[in-house]
Design a binder for this molecule. Sequence first.
Ligand SMILES: Cc1cc2nc3c(=O)[nH]c(=O)nc-3n(C[C@H](O)[C@H](O)[C@H](O)COP(=O)(O)O)c2cc1C
Length: 340
Amino acid sequence: MSDWGTRVLALEPAFRRAPSAHNTQPWTLRAEADAGAEGDALVLGWDPTRELHVGDPTRRDLWLSLGAFAESVVIAAASDEVGVGVEWDVSTRRSIAGRLVEQPLLTRHFTSEDLAERHSARGPYAAPWATIADVDAMAAAAGLAGTGASLTVVPGAVVDDLLPVADRWSYEPPALVDELRHWLRLDHGDPRYREDGLSDVALALSPAQAGALRVALSPRVWPLLRRAGGPSVLGAASKIDGRGTVVAFHAPVELAARPEDVADLGRALLRVWLAAGARGLRTHPVSVLVDAPATAGPFAVAVDRAAGQEPGSSRVLSVFRIGRPVDEPITSARRTVPVG
Ligand SMILES: Cc1cc2nc3c(=O)[nH]c(=O)nc-3n(C[C@H](O)[C@H](O)[C@H](O)COP(=O)(O)O)c2cc1C
């Protein structure tokens, strides 16, 4: 492998901090076998066993997560004076997203320290909540103007109406609960607790709440609880008092249609979250609003209206709370990025 490839791969401890839905860390990296005269490249792929086949049937979150990962490599490399470019070319048959290539170093906006400092914060946020000016400044710092994507603050009433419906749905389909259970890490003795998935501490659960969730969602208890109103109880339990400001990340439908488009917008989404961190704000994605069949449509209409656009103009790719957490979040688990 060239010096470039070796230097990039040595930065793995920094770029493994990329965020991914359910913390599945689906990415893989390997040196391109036939790099050819144009030089070196790393192939960015994913592990299909780490896909959320039930919860993410359109692969929207997979493309966003791979984009966030690619951006993490670009940022980590730039921190070390190494230039990395991203060429998307998705093959779902081969589980390949594209190539990372050597390129001259461009301007650096974020650093490896920013990657290490970013954490999702799922607990309550303190007043005063982030303002529209904060959100506009984040969009500018993330360079959104050049991507076609926008940030729009969602009216609180829309979130308060739709989130309980979406949260309840997230505990209803048995296959969705099975998939969640697979990625929950509630047992501190499980070696995977330190590698991937959603731990009790990352979910801001108290030991009592974690214990109750573990029993409730167990394969023996859940089928009974489900029929006895379990989804409503768990949906209501995820209500947050210090909701903070809720922001939609969206793009014109024609710019967010192909997997390559969405992956590239995943790069921008990570920059938005890092820009929030630079302003002392943390983020908490609440994708369920765009996943639940009953809320996805009304939510998209509300976002277009809030953005002053015709309903149907944009595709909402992500929605997240932002604010200053009452309790600082922990550093979530990571495994080593599979290389080679
Ligand atoms: C595309 C995408 C979608 C996500 N959706 C959710 C979500 O709906 N709810 C949630 O609590 N976290 C969500 N997350 C946050 C991940 O669970 C989080 O990034 C991962 O657990 C790693 O934790 P960290 O962000 O603190 O490093 C999402 C992250 C990504 C990249």
